[in-house]
Design a protein around this ligand. Structure first.
Ligand code: ME8
Length: 662
């Protein structure tokens, strides 16, 4: 009998770019909570999805030469693929282009209009398209967006407005009466200050582009992308279309979001819900942000972490564990390959993996491979079930509070206690005497039982390895399916035959893993070397004209085929500060967008490159130029004279991005 419902949501992510560590972090956190709640007997509805409308996405689609729908289909596919790979157990995946969502948005807009909370006006002010956010002059920082620091645009549009100001006092009263509504507390304080500074009515329609939900009664207007996006939570829980489902799941138990969008979820969203006379979500949790090796993750720095690369190299559970263990959920954290490798080795390979292999090895050696019947108990033995109980209860409390790092820390107390227990009890000495052998049964039983319990409690995070752990202990079934009650002491039956297997978490060879990073992934070029890779190659490699027919320098057609050349379309081009020869380009090569640094800034302006088709060497090792990652190379023809003449190679007629050049 389910305990009740539990509705948990991630933000719906913009599809202007491929998913990365940041999106995965939120989604893995929600997944762990959803799995934990299911184990506790809740009827869980775990929702994620994508935000597919808006000017930013429309511009991106145009630049990549695709229709907006084709473009969003493509990136949405990448999100779905990554969630499958990371073992995300969402119950639904919503897209804002879903027809039922469009209907709900129009219904809500009409309802707000009919009630008088949406009115017609004219917007004149600033807009940040990357953030899809309106700003007052006084909010700008040195004339730029206060959130992302980028350029804002001046808008003058006929628009519809939502009476946000009307809800200021009710919002403050709600936040004060419900201290859990905005978590962690620091975010709550920020929001209270923000609201106390005064709320302005919010512009909720746009006329200068049309990739959005049409306002039902006003041709030429599309619904502001943030209003459209927030309504996803209502659509997915059945508002309008499925009253029974809506009754079952609404209000959401928790909206988990990054700290930068707490404002939309805890100010605008509740005000809209108040206007619709719907109950408010119980909690908005704003987690912290990841940087990478101390820097903001960004395509132009070239430090975007793709979790699938780490999952392929080290394992999915290792990625899930690392992101949730390394940093307390509400705080900012820094990702580095080194910290990943160290944490996986220390916690998973050394502590947990070793405890399992030591335990099964000793059960094989001293108990014929079967979990023994407990015998005599001394004080240290009696402590183990107590430690297990304390660890599990504390972990449960931490999971309930979205304190994933703390939950894992508690469970690992039990693992650490197990390893220490072996060192103190010295089972190999107990095996030497009759008196010792009675206690040996207890020690081995307690170890196997501690591991069984740890696997159940870890299963919301280690979705595959916890089952493998059970298998090696000789237990059939799945620890997640066994439910949280299976963390009670005494579940493993004496006589269970253990099955020793491969190490649960192979130890990562630190030197090799970090070496590869330094050499293969991000080769470091010194700043003066980095200026112009094309020129550098000219000097370093024998020029083609030096070879003569019959010369051993001639290459075969197979040699040539090793160089992968593809047509790409330049969708963004920017200068690099402090490097007057370099431009950083985003090039659509069909299956993906590549960042390429090219030494052509003296010959082309960024503006004239956008939309141009070029030929790209796509299987070149990535390199860093002036600190910016370059993943590929453009072909260009140049003279050696001074001034040098240069022209990028471009196909004679338009061909689809990704076409092979041979
Ligand atoms: O804001 N560290 O979408 P978005 C941690 N469509 N989390 C990160 C992160 C980082 N460096 N980068 C991204 C939007 N995130 C809107 C949401 S909801 C109705 C509409 C995560 O693609 C984090 O959850 O910009 C953040 O809030 C979200 O991705 C932003 O995703």
């Amino acid at each position: 009998m389910p305990k009740g419902s539990f509705f948990i949501t991630t933000p719906i992510y913009y599809v202007n770019d491929m998913p990365h560590l940041g999106h995965s972090y939120t989604t893995i956190g929600c997944d762990a909570l959803a799995r934990y709640k299911r184990m506790c007997g809740y009827d869980v509805f775990f929702l994620t999805g994508v935000d597919e409308h808006g000017q930013k996405i429309e511009r991106r689609a145009i630049a990549s030469g695709k229709s907006p729908q084709a473009y969003v289909d493509y990136v949405t596919g990448a999100f779905k693929k990554l969630w499958a790979e990371l073992d995300i157990s969402n119950d639904h995946f919503i897209r804002t282009t879903d027809p039922e969502h469009v209907r709900v948005v129009q219904h809500v807009f009409q309802k707000l209009y009919d009630s008088g909370d949406i009115y017609q006006g004219r917007y004149e002010g600033w807009y940040c398209t990357p953030c899809e956010t309106f700003f007052l002059e006084s909010q700008l920082v040195e004339g730029n967006c206060p959130d992302c620091g980028r350029r804002v645009e001046w808008l003058q549009e006929e628009s519809y407005f939502f009476r946000l100001s009307k809800y200021q006092d009710r919002l403050l009263a709600h936040i004060e009466a419900n201290p859990d509504f905005i978590q962690p507390a620091t975010r709550r304080h920020e929001m209270v200050n923000f609201i106390k500074n005064g709320l302005e009515d919010l512009c909720v329609s746009r006329t200068s582009f049309d990739w959005g939900v049409p306002v039902p009664f006003a041709p030429g207007h599309v619904v502001y992308v943030w209003l459209d996006a927030l309504i996803n939570y209502l659509t997915a829980s059945g508002y309008v279309d499925d009253p029974e489902k809506f009754d079952r799941y609404w209000p959401a138990d928790v909206h988990v979001v990054g700290k930068e969008i707490v404002r939309f979820h805890s100010v605008i969203w509740p005000a809209v819900l108040m206007s619709l006379e719907l109950p408010l979500p119980k909690k908005v949790f704003g987690h912290g942000w990841w940087t990478v090796e101390g820097e903001k993750m960004s395509k132009s720095v070239g430090n975007v972490v793709k979790p699938e690369d780490y999952a392929d190299e080290f394992g999915v559970d290792q990625v899930r564990y690392f992101v949730l263990r390394e940093v307390p959920f509400g705080q900012d954290g820094d990702f580095s390959r080194a910290s990943f490798v160290y944490r996986v080795n220390a916690d998973l390979a050394n502590d947990l993996g070793n405890l399992l292999s030591r335990t099964t090895a000793m059960i094989n050696k001293f108990a014929d491979g079967k979990v023994p019947e407990p015998g005599e108990w001394d004080e240290a033995d009696k402590r183990i079930p107590e430690i297990a109980r304390e660890a599990i209860d504390s972990a449960a409390g931490a999971f309930d509070n979205l304190a994933f790092s703390e939950a894992l820390e508690h469970i690992f107390r039990l693992v650490d206690a197990g390893n220490k227990y072996i060192d103190d009890a010295e089972p190999w000495n107990l095996a030497k005497s009759d008196a010792g052998r009675s206690r040996l049964g207890t020690v081995l039983y307690n170890l196997a039982e501690s591991l069984r319990i740890a696997a159940v409690a870890l299963s919301p995070v280690l979705t595959t390895k916890s089952a493998e752990l059970w298998h090696q202990l000789g237990i059939d079934g799945d620890p997640a399916a066994a439910g949280w009650d299976a963390t009670r002491w005494g579940g493993i039956a004496p006589g269970t035959r253990v099955r020793r297997g491969d190490p649960l978490f192979p130890r990562i060879d630190v030197e090799a893993a970090l070496q590869e990073d330094a050499q293969g992934r991000t080769p470091q070029h010194s700043p003066d070397e980095g200026g112009d890779r094309e020129q550098k190659r000219d000097q370093a490699e024998p020029a083609a004209e030096r070879s003569v027919p019959g010369d051993e320098n001639l290459i075969s057609i197979e040699d040539f085929a090793r160089i992968e050349l593809k047509v790409g379309t330049i969708i963004e081009a920017e200068r690099i500060e402090g490097a007057d020869k370099l431009l950083v380009l985003q090039v659509d090569i069909g299956a993906e967008t590549r960042q390429i640094v090219a030494g052509i800034a003296k010959h082309y302006s960024p503006e004239e490159l956008v939309g141009k088709q070029v030929v790209v060497v796509t299987n070149l090792k990535p390199a860093k130029l002036r600190g910016v990652m370059s993943n590929g190379m453009l072909l260009a023809a140049s003279t050696t004279g001074d001034p040098m003449e240069l022209g990028v190679v471009t196909p004679d007629r338009h061909v689809p991005a990704g076409s092979r050049v041979k």
